[in-house]
Design a protein around this ligand. Structure first.
Ligand code: UD1
Ligand code: UDP
Length: 375
């Protein structure tokens, strides 16, 4: 029987790996799976593990308050190295573009263990945006043996970088599997703050913003734009679950704390967040995952970034890149809030990132990979 180690470190990795773990568990005659968490995130990861009732067999507990990128990479590398040396799996599966992913891929390389990369091939082609995720992804690709590209665009990016075609599999993004799973099972979960906004007859604008490249200056601009928005539109209320990064907390609370009709709340559980995605009138976000999820419900998205590696939603006309400048954010958001016709053009449920069956495809490709090795 083949042994697979699956790693997660942060909130989005756990969300996107949950369907893969579920699907792999259906191959219990073929694979044994060990889930190793670096716990690069603590509370935000545990929230997701609870929601999906997943318990890692190993928890490296590497998170430290406001730790530097080098610190988190070094801790993850050292911890994963020991685990791989000990357990010597037949495959290491990583997801996405965090420091946990690159550390895992490097550690596996040092032990000559093949790597499967879920959500491979996303690129902005700007090395510092998103930072450091663009580099984490780029460096993970040459280390990986199996590349699970969510979309054709992602596959083409990998081909362009010289990755062999027979190692790339277009699977869809597992976030859609996770979203549909939770939306089906947890319709009870709309949080109180969101319920209050809807009961007051106001339009709910959901905001998330936490990118490292925004922390020095752009997050201020984003927050100032949000403040002006509630002043200009009396019928909106903003719900902003604030990421636990202390630098994000500090800026957001300083500029937006105690502002009427802006609710700064703790990160929501995944089921609660999914219900807000569905109930929101509009979403302003710099999150990767949120850009991939919102199209399922037809909730329009304005992307608070200069560039995105998830351009499929923009190409489909359900999202727009608005940048990080106060004036641009204000202009574009006002436009969408005022013009019902333009809004209707955005509000069409259709998801270019996946069909809810990505995890099944990934498991099948892994099985084929092991079988081809035996031949
Ligand atoms: C990380 C990922 C980013 C991903 C994001 C998802 C890297 C370099 N970045 O960014 O790709 O979009 O997670 O949210 O891997 N913290 C807590 N509790 C938590 C989580 C974070 O207190 O549950 C605080 C800690 O002080 C921690 C800091 O946030 O040091 C930053 O966490 P870190 O994982 O380094 O980076 P993120 O900005 O969260
Ligand atoms: N999310 C959540 N609770 C929140 C905010 C986001 O469960 O309060 C989920 C969201 O649905 C998405 C994921 O977290 O699946 C995105 O995580 P994040 O924005 O932290 O990371 P990114 O996707 O930008 O890497």
């Amino acid at each position: 029987m083949k042994h697979i180690i699956v790693t997660v470190g942060t909130r989005p990795e756990a969300i996107k790996m949950a369907p893969v773990l579920k699907s792999l568990s259906e191959y219990s005659k073929d694979f044994r799976v060990t889930l190793v968490s670096t716990a690069q995130h603590r509370q935000m990861l545990d929230q997701v593990l609870d929601a999906f009732q997943i318990e890692p067999q190993v928890d490296l507990d590497i998170m430290r308050p406001d730790q530097s990128l080098s610190e988190s990479s070094a801790r993850a590398l050292r911890g994963l190295d020991e685990i791989l040396a000990d357990l010597r799996p037949d495959l290491l599966l990583v997801q996405g573009d965090t420091n946990t992913v690159l550390a895992g891929a490097m550690a596996a390389y040092y032990h000559r263990i093949p790597v499967g990369h879920v959500e491979a091939g996303l690129r902005t082609n700007d090395l510092y945006r998103p930072f450091p995720e663009e580099m984490n992804r780029r460096l993970t690709s040459p280390l990986a043996r199996l590349h699970f590209a969510p979309t054709v665009k992602a596959r083409d990016n990998l081909l362009q970088e010289g990755i062999a075609e027979d190692r790339i599999f277009v699977t869809g993004n597992t976030v859609v599997d996770a979203l549909l799973w939770i939306a089906r099972e947890r319709t009870d979960a709309l949080p109180q703050e969101a319920r209050g906004i809807l009961d007051r007859g106001r339009r709910l604008v959901l905001v998330t913003s936490h990118r490292r490249e925004s922390l020095d200056r752009d997050l201020d601009q984003i927050c100032l734009a949000l403040r002006e928005l509630v002043q200009s539109f009396e019928d909106i209320e903003i719900l902003y679950p604030v990421h636990l990064n202390p630098r994000v907390q500090e800026t957001v609370r300083e500029i937006l704390g105690n502002t009427e009709r802006i609710h700064l709340i703790a990160p929501l559980s995944y089921p609660a967040f999914v219900q807000v995605l569905r109930a929101a009138y509009l979403i302003l976000t710099d999150s990767g995952g949120v850009q991939e999820e919102a199209p399922t419900f037809g909730t329009p998205i304005l992307v608070l970034r200069e560039v995105t590696e998830r351009s499929e939603a923009i190409d489909a006309g359900v999202a727009k890149l608005v940048g990080v400048k106060r004036k641009d954010i204000l202009r574009e958001t006002s436009h969408l809030l005022k013009d019902r016709e333009i809004y209707a053009g955005f509000a069409r449920p259709s998801n270019p990132f996946g069909d809810g069956h990505a995890a099944e495809r990934i498991s099948r490709h892994i099985k084929d990979f092991f079988e081809s090795q035996q031949e």
